[in-house]
Design a protein around this ligand. Structure first.
Ligand code: X8Z
Ligand code: ZN
Length: 372
């Protein structure tokens, strides 16, 4: 990322042994970086992937149709369709006449089957994936509705965040062809490109997913005082993500407040856990579907066996300790990033070659003096 962004923007702005300015990463919070993939795409044949945003736009797919694609993935696994009320009571697009919270969310209104999403869907790859994420919440909610109220929840909150993402990992070129969005499946030479884009979202998110609650817990414990809220935020951003503030900051700024979950008081470690768990779930469901090829090319869409395995875990809700739920689906009792490493192994090999002889990692600027 640093090398390629340096080529695009110059090494004055992107120091080759320093941090990447956060505004160059294609996301307001620099939490997922896939949106700037075109700037870092490998050259030549390896770069020939496809652009899901373009495919969605070319088909003039509207918000509800995008959501139908997500629903059809779940029904292909054997889940019942969403209830009619989902379609009439959800919010799919940004209303023109009033202000709403556009941060995507999934709702379980009656603990039976009045499930809904609230999202301002745009025709982009990012929102296409997010729809699958949100529907993962809704299908989980409906699957555990026979549990006693106290168990109507995810096995742990990372599980709830990982279901739809595990599904979305199955959105492979073959799957896109199957559902009529892609005409021609690119050859294996495009794997590097596809994996790189995926890593820019999935891997780059890990340090971000980790630091939000680190900051929050330091605030709650009193270790970080109000006068240092913003400094402590950027210290974590520098240390874990290797990104720097676009402009000089001061305690007159409150950058953590721009992240929905901070003022919204939504725990965030769940997303870090989900980033690891989703690859475990995906691998387990691919195995169940009888898939034996390289992990990143697997799509378990259409597999009733995978659907049954998934449903068996979902309907447990929180009635058993999470290691049992994990075991039911994957055979493993511990959260483990092995499946994630396996998925990205071909990319890791390519990246190691690209980075040979280059400085990997970053130096942080000297910390700003602590206020008292
Ligand atoms: O907040 C979300 C979902 C709703 S639970 C859209 N996510 C995190 C975020 O946007 O910060 C999904 C990935 C991380
Ligand atoms: Zn979520």
């Amino acid at each position: 990322m640093r090398t390629r962004l340096g080529e695009s923007y110059g090494t004055q702005l992107v120091p080759q042994n320093g941090m990447i300015p956060a505004h160059l990463l294609g996301n307001m919070w620099a939490q997922e970086w896939g949106n700037v993939y075109p700037l870092v795409a490998p050259k030549g044949a390896q770069g020939s992937g496809y652009d899901l945003t373009e495919l969605i736009r070319a088909k003039k797919t509207d918000a509800k149709e995008m959501t139908r694609y997500g629903e059809r993935f779940f029904t292909s696994l054997g889940f019942d369709s969403l209830p009619a009320t989902f379609w009439t009571r959800s919010l799919f697009t940004k209303p023109a006449d009033r202000d709403v919270v556009c941060h995507a969310s999934a709702w379980n209104i009656d603990n039976v089957d009045d499930v809904r999403i609230k999202m301002c869907i745009e025709p982009t790859a990012e929102d296409f994936i997010t729809i699958h994420h949100e529907l993962g919440h809704n299908f989980y909610q409906r699957a555990y509705n026979k549990q006693p109220p106290l168990f109507q929840s995810g096995a742990n909150d990372g599980f709830h965040e990982a279901i739809g993402d595990a599904i979305a990992l199955s959105i492979t070129p073959e799957y896109l062809k199957q559902i009529g969005l892609l005409d021609r499946v690119p050859g294996p030479a495009a794997d590097t490109a596809l994996l790189l884009r995926q890593a820019m979202d999935k891997v780059a998110f890990l340090p971000f997913g980790l630091l939000i609650d680190q900051w929050r817990w330091k605030v709650f414990s009193g270790e970080v005082k109000p006068a240092d809220y913003n400094r402590a935020w950027w210290e974590l951003r520098n240390r874990y993500q290797g990104v720097s503030a676009p402009l000089a900051r001061s305690e007159g700024d409150f950058d953590p407040g721009a992240k929905y979950h901070v003022p919204g008081n939504t725990p965030y470690t769940r997303y870090f856990l989900a980033r690891v768990l989703q690859f475990q779930f995906y691998k387990g469901l691919c195995r169940e579907a009888g898939y034996t090829g390289p992990l990143h090319r697997c799509s378990f869409a259409g597999s009733k066996a995978a659907g049954q395995k998934l449903n068996a875990m979902l309907e447990m809700g929180q009635s058993r300790p999470w290691p049992e739920a994990l075991q039911a689906m994957t055979g493993e009792r511990r959260m483990d990033a092995g499946a994630m490493l396996e998925y990205f192994a071909p990319l890791k090999k390519w990246l190691d070659e690209q980075n040979r002889g280059k400085t990997v990692g970053w130096e942080q600027a000297a910390p700003v003096a602590r206020s008292r």
